[in-house]
Write a protein that binds this ligand. Structure first.
Ligand SMILES: [Zn+2]
Length: 606
């Protein structure tokens, strides 16, 4: 720990304080000042300082951790940092270089994040766009998952050499068309490297510039390249083949041609010469994307709300129809399919666009407040601590069992060599040991993945809830479909409004204060306590059993008004659309008055 400033000294009132946390992977690297990615501590420090400046904060202390691996949360400097910010209580930011320097599994990540937040600070990454904004947190979750995956992958020794090669700009595996894998002798040592293929490279360059003009389709281009003699060269297993559409498509997006190598999803600056300049490459991408979008438009997709929306009057499904007005403009409508069968359904046709907006608005209710998320996370973690202890004990027990079994196995073989036991005895004992080993392994696997899996699911769901409305608004139709299906079992539509909705079981649970109940099996009193704490007296007696009822939100049959049972989110975070005013279906007939436009704070009835 290096104290750079004394934050108790007088500073302008709005000064924000930060700490800088640097990390290198091995002890040796602290000594050389470089880490395995060739990134010096000095460069990390500089990046962190830049970030602090952007945030308008001053760095008061710096922490450098030189742990052997990122796998444990008990790194000395990390603990010192957490203690420091807790003690001072004035630190706003903890600036780190990259998320994967923080923790390489989700559990640690959550624990560290919680500790920092408890101390009133937040993590900021100098490299990635990760902060405490909801979208930042979503990104953080994703990045942490990637780091976890990456770390798991690091374990495989065989990949290490290849990874090292890619990191230093070498080409892993076969060089793409237009290049050749060659062997060179340097100082008597044979070195495998990549060179430009003088025959094929010009054809590749022609291909990119031709496609960039937009005059060629992929099929025309493939035919022409074949005509000009470009082939997929023979390999050990396959003879020379003609070029196909898919090959061309793949080549056109391959960034190797502009000088990058990529390995395990990570891109490195390659040592090979680029065949294509970036301007041409970007033009090619633009043409390609535009064409893909045009193709997409032609294909017919069922509307993303279909399957999620139901008639609030008769519980029927909706169909889609297109109506033309007298000027020939087509308007897509939803209409109640139940209406044809059930005489009593009075649901009129609804403009699809109106339903889309109504559902968008409805999503604002799913928002969980920051404090709610913190509370849920704390409950989950608290519930998991007990589980973790028993898991650890079980793991130890099973590891011991495994060792004992392995010893028995060795002893058996020794005895057999000494002719002390019969072959049959050996065989049956071997079988028993193999069986028991498999059992032990199974329990070990379960113990070590269970908690992580639970945390992951909860975290992902929380991230979704934290930012649900914005996420939904910015999502393309297919993602909207997924979001709707993940959170809502059904939307009940009445006229052009969402009258209510049923949550899916998982989200009903998450939005329910008794979240911890499902993770452990707490005594009834404990569950009741949680209930009391997060739900102050509402004048309505509510038993734990009754919670389900208000999550059902609305019974469509008697849905005449907006649901009066509060939505779980309503109690903590009233959304912007709460006072929509009267719900009398139509005050002014369609097309009357002015066109609708957003008016702050007022509603249609005023
Ligand atoms: Zn209906």
């Amino acid at each position: 720990m290096r104290i750079l400033l004394d934050p108790t000294q007088p500073f302008p009132e709005d000064t924000k304080f930060a700490v800088s946390y640097l990390r290198v992977s091995t002890k040796a690297q602290t000594e050389t000042g470089y880490d395995e990615e060739g990134l010096s501590i000095a460069a990390q420090r500089e990046a962190n300082e830049r970030k602090a400046e952007q945030l308008g904060a001053v760095i008061v202390a710096e922490f450098v951790d030189a742990a052997e691996s990122a796998k444990t949360a008990d790194r000395p400097e990390l603990q010192a940092m957490l203690g420091f910010i807790r003690e001072l209580g004035v630190i706003s930011y903890v600036i780190v270089d990259k998320v994967d320097r923080l923790a390489r599994n989700r559990e640690d990540d959550v624990l560290i994040n919680m500790a920092v937040r408890k101390a009133g600070a937040q993590f900021v990454s100098s490299k990635e766009n990760i902060d405490e904004t909801p979208s930042g947190k979503l990104l953080h979750g994703i990045m942490a998952s990637i780091a976890e995956f990456y770390s798991a992958n690091l374990a495989s020794e065989s990949k290490k050499g290849t990874r090292q090669k890619a990191k230093s700009g070498g080409t892993p595996g076969h060089a793409p068309l237009g290049y050749r894998n060659v062997r060179e002798r340097i100082d008597g040592r044979e070195i495998r490297t990549v060179a430009v293929d003088p025959e094929r490279a010009p054809l590749i360059q022609w291909m990119f510039s031709a496609y960039a003009t937009g005059d060629w389709t992929m099929r025309q281009l493939t035919a022409e390249l074949n005509r000009r003699g470009l082939r997929i060269p023979a390999t050990k297993k396959l003879a020379e083949r003609p070029l196909r559409y898919q090959h061309v498509d793949k080549m056109l997006v391959n960034r190797y041609y502009i000088g990058f190598v990529s390995y395990e999803g990570i891109e490195y600056e390659g040592r090979h010469p680029a065949l294509i300049d970036t301007v041409t490459f970007e033009q090619v991408q633009a043409v390609r994307t535009a064409r893909a979008a045009a193709r997409e438009k032609v294909q017919k997709h069922p509307h993303y709300l279909k399957g999620s929306i139901f008639c609030g009057r008769c519980r029927g499904r909706f169909g889609v129809m297109n109506a033309k007005n007298r000027w020939g403009t087509v308007y897509p409508y939803f209409y109640c399919l139940g209406r044809a069968k059930k005489e009593d359904c009075t649901q009129s046709t609804i403009l699809i666009a109106d339903v889309e907006v109504a559902v968008e608005d409805y999503w604002s209710r799913i928002q969980l407040s920051e404090s709610r998320i913190t509370a849920i996370r704390e409950q989950v973690m608290a519930a998991l601590v007990g589980r973790q202890h028993s898991n650890r004990a079980e793991l130890d027990r099973q590891e011991k069992r495994r060792k004992t079994l392995q010893n028995q196995q060795l002893k058996l073989i020794e005895m057999r060599y000494a002719d002390a036991i019969s072959l049959e005895h050996l065989k049956s004992e071997q079988e028993r040991i193999t069986r028991e080993l498999a059992q032990a392994q199974q329990i070990i696997d379960q113990c070590s993945t269970e908690i992580e899996a639970v945390i992951k699911v909860v975290e992902e769901a929380l991230l979704l809830c934290a930012n649900a409305h914005r996420l939904y608004l910015s999502a393309p139709p297919d993602v909207r479909r997924q979001l709707n299906q993940a959170v809502f079992a059904r939307f009940w539509i009445m006229d052009d409004q969402v009258q209510g909705a049923d949550l899916t079981e998982g989200f009903a649970h998450l939005l329910d204060p008794g979240i911890a109940a499902g993770l452990t099996e707490p005594s009834k009193d404990k569950a009741a306590k949680i209930e009391n704490r997060s739900r102050p007296a509402k004048g309505r007696g509510r038993s734990t059993g009754a919670q389900r009822a208000d999550l059902e939100l609305v019974r469509p049959r008697d849905a005449i008004q907006r649901p009066h049972g509060p939505l779980p989110a309503d109690t903590t975070n009233p959304g912007p659309n709460r006072d929509r005013g009267s719900n009398v279906t139509v005050l002014v007939s369609e097309g009357g008055l002015e066109p609708p436009r957003p008016i702050k704070g007022t509603s249609t009835s005023s």
